[in-house]
Design a protein around this ligand. Structure first.
Ligand SMILES: *Cc1c(COP(=O)(O)O)cnc(C)c1O
Length: 357
């Protein structure tokens, strides 16, 4: 039986991406070789890499000022690599503190320069996004997390500022059109909305680089990756291949506006159901900041939570338990999740509520 996959990451991928990548492990492009067996500097892989890079540029509508890189290390490495390249002791970077992942980014940035926390939602357990705050004009950049995967909040607009914008888009990349050209640097681990674990997408505007005075280890310096065409060392070949297929799927399905339409369809249904059942389930996040990707909620007591999770399991629904740091429940609804899975979840919640009312 195919599960209803509400995992927060790694998470659901389109069925055809899984089929194509499985086939490529056995025989890639009818070469009589596996995708795992070919060199990263062969024309075969270069074609994969270039298609992935071009799809990113096309989907985001990026101007020629940007470079698209596929790097190792997960989004967590970007928490360090961003300030290593953009911040030094003479500069101050502005950071938003809207959740666990943003906090980890703040911790790393402090190793490289001054950090000014310009916005925080800590006072209410990160259950909302503090969107109105001044940003000093001389900040090296403003860093924020577009979607707080653990807490279930999402920015539905881009902060207004002339300061260079840096965003961690790991859990909502490619879920909607955005003015991507407003950003100086965007990064995202692939394993939530654009592929498998093992690769990071980094989109960087060239003019933000080379402004600090610090020796940067070669492998950490974005400029070296740009110069090498994202082939500075052996890249995660298979993970990039899966990302390329996922991007191809997004384009074929209708691009980012179609992804956004589907995201709203799923999220509207889910939150409507949740609000209707508020006598047993409790939404956690302020309505205007609710995430299209990760819906967090809780249930009256621990006993009921256990029972509910048991019913989810019995009905083939996985990934519903909240992040270990915050508890509660979470339903993740990434691009590849069919509406039918959300419908099944809503039915289960309605039946559960009826039984327990
Ligand atoms: C999952 C996640 C990360 C961490 O990604 P890794 O690839 O595990 O390093 C960082 N930021 C956000 C917003 C995430 O959702």
């Amino acid at each position: 039986m195919k599960m209803h996959n509400f995992n927060s990451g790694p998470s659901i991928l389109p069925a055809e991406v899984l089929e194509q990548s499985a086939a490529a492990i056995h025989n890639f492009n009818n070469l009589g070789l596996s995708i795992l067996e070919i060199g990263h500097r062969t024309p075969w892989f270069e074609e994969v890499l270039h298609e992935a890079q071009n799809s990113v540029k096309e989907l985001m509508g990026l101007s020629d000022d940007y470079e698209v890189l596929f790097l190792h290390g997960g989004a967590t490495t970007q928490f360090m690599q961003v300030p290593m390249n953009l911040l030094d002791e003479t500069k101050t970077a502005a950071y938003c503190d809207n959740g666990i992942w943003g906090n980890k980014a703040i911790k790393e940035a402090k190793l490289f320069g001054n950090v000014n926390i310009v916005s925080s939602s800590k006072d209410k357990n990160h259950s909302y996004i503090n969107k109105n705050f001044p940003i000093p004009e001389d900040s090296a950049y403003l860093h924020y997390t577009t979607n707080n995967t653990v807490e279930g909040t999402q920015w539905h607009s881009i902060p207004h500022t002339d300061v260079p914008l840096v965003a961690d888009m790991s859990s909502d990349i490619f879920c909607r059109p955005m003015e991507f050209n407003k950003f100086s640097l965007i990064y995202a681990g692939a394993q939530k909305n654009m592929g498998a674990a093992g690769v990071n997408l980094v989109v960087v505007k060239r003019d933000i680089l080379g402004k600090i005075n610090r020796p940067i280890p070669s492998i950490m310096d974005y400029r070296n990756h740009i110069e090498a065409g994202s082939l500075l060392n052996t890249p995660p070949v298979f993970a990039i291949y899966i990302a390329m297929l996922t991007l191809r799927w997004i384009k074929k399905e209708g691009g980012l506006s179609e992804m956004e339409r589907r995201a709203h369809e799923r999220a509207d249904l889910f939150y409507k159901t949740l609000d209707n059942l508020s006598y047993i389930f409790t939404p956690i996040v302020a309505a205007e900041d609710r995430s299209l990707m990760n819906a967090t909620f809780s249930i009256k007591n621990e006993e009921l939570e256990k029972e509910f999770l048991g019913e989810c399991k019995a009905n083939g629904m996985v990934g519903v338990k909240g992040h270990r740091s915050v508890g509660g429940l979470r339903v993740s609804m990434y691009n590849a999740l069919p509406l039918s899975s959300v419908k099944a979840m809503c039915e289960l919640m309605e039946n559960f509520a009826k039984k327990k009312a």
